[in-house]
Ligand binder design. Structure first.
Ligand SMILES: NC(=O)c1ccc[n+]([C@@H]2O[C@H](COP(=O)([O-])OP(=O)(O)OC[C@H]3O[C@@H](n4cnc5c(N)ncnc54)[C@H](OP(=O)(O)O)[C@@H]3O)[C@@H](O)[C@H]2O)c1
Length: 286
């Protein structure tokens, strides 16, 4: 029997919020272009409830998903929240229309964004508040100082960043402890490998967005071959590779359907061997 690669089932965000490594990304429960309400409100509510039923205790969202819709649906489906549920939300983007995401990480905007998220999520404090983007038009120090202040005021427990390089993380750490980094990453796109390794070495959660390449994965031949051998789907293999890749990776695959949610969550029971990992590791990158 070939050697299987072991992996941890949980990770502690900031050392004190222990979550299952396979969570849920709540961007896809909105309308077309991540704009407006979902086509099927009841299915969106069912997805959220089923996720928690199946053991998900880390949900990723943002004020900009909808905007506001994703956070409102989370509260509608799950409030009052179970004690172990960690909701990570984000601020720093505006929404001006479908598929439009202008950046605004000015403290004035972030103040409003944070207050809005607290209200919509019906929380006194956000467990994980992630800066959606560093704003090239605002000195990063001003944005970081705002987040530091909000944390000191007790509105945020832990702070994370998104789409950042190692230098950005180091700079932010002068203001607060960076507990998570959310960057685009998947089996066929490892552009941020250096950031993953930095996070791994510093026990920072690395949260890949687009873990399924937004539903359009490349290198389907390799994924399909391994999936067939394990009676799994290519999506499950892509998620399983991430679970095996590094124990500080937290997964937030997005879906609008209960069927896909259930399929994705089964990725935790797939075992990959060293040979499988080598084959997947050698998938060509975009
Ligand atoms: N920080 C950032 O800048 C940033 C940017 C984008 C996203 N995010 C976060 O990351 C999360 C994940 O990213 P994502 O949702 O964009 O992409 P993703 O998880 O890579 O892919 C989601 C897409 O794949 C499809 N899908 C999911 N499971 C499937 C399955 N088992 N079989 C076939 N298709 C499947 C979904 O369609 P169905 O709805 O039909 O299942 C959806 O279109 C988001 O939900 C959001 O929370 C963060």
């Amino acid at each position: 029997m070939a050697n299987t690669v072991s992996f941890e089932k949980t990770f502690s965000i900031g050392g004190d919020l222990t979550v299952n490594r396979l969570g849920y990304g709540a961007m896809r429960i909105t309308g077309e272009g991540i704009w407006g309400p979902p086509k099927n409100h009841n299915e969106a509510i069912r997805v959220l409830k089923r996720a928690v039923e199946l053991g998900v205790n880390f949900i990723d969202t943002a004020d900009s998903y909808g905007p506001n819709i994703s956070e409102e649906l989370i509260a509608e489906a799950l409030h009052p929240y179970s004690a172990d549920l960690v909701i990570g939300t984000k601020g720093g983007l505006l929404r001006t229309g479908p598929n439009q995401w202008p950046i605004n990480a000015h403290p004035d905007h972030l103040k409003e964004a944070l207050e809005g998220s607290l209200k919509r999520l019906k929380l006194e404090r956000i467990d994980l508040y992630q800066l959606h983007r560093i704003d090239p038009a605002v000195p990063a120090e001003e944005t970081f100082a705002f987040l530091q202040k909000a944390q000191l005021e007790g509105k945020i427990k832990h702070i994370g960043l998104s789409e950042v390089g190692v230098e950005d993380i180091i700079k932010a750490q002068e203001f607060f402890e960076v507990v998570s980094v959310q960057n685009m990453y998947s089996v066929d796109n490892r552009k941020w490998e250096d950031v993953l390794q930095f996070c791994k070495n510093h026990n920072i959660a690395f949260i890949p967005w687009y873990p399924l390449s937004g539903g359009n994965m490349r290198a389907m031949e390799v994924l399909q071959r391994i999936a067939d051998a394990k009676q799994a789907t290519v999506q499950q293999i892509a998620l399983s590779w991430l679970l095996h890749r590094a124990n500080n990776i937290l997964l937030i695959p997005g879906t609008s359907s209960v069927a896909h949610l259930e399929e994705n969550l089964k990725a935790t029971s797939i075992e990959l061997t060293e040979n499988d990992m080598q084959e997947l590791d050698s998938i060509p990158q975009v």
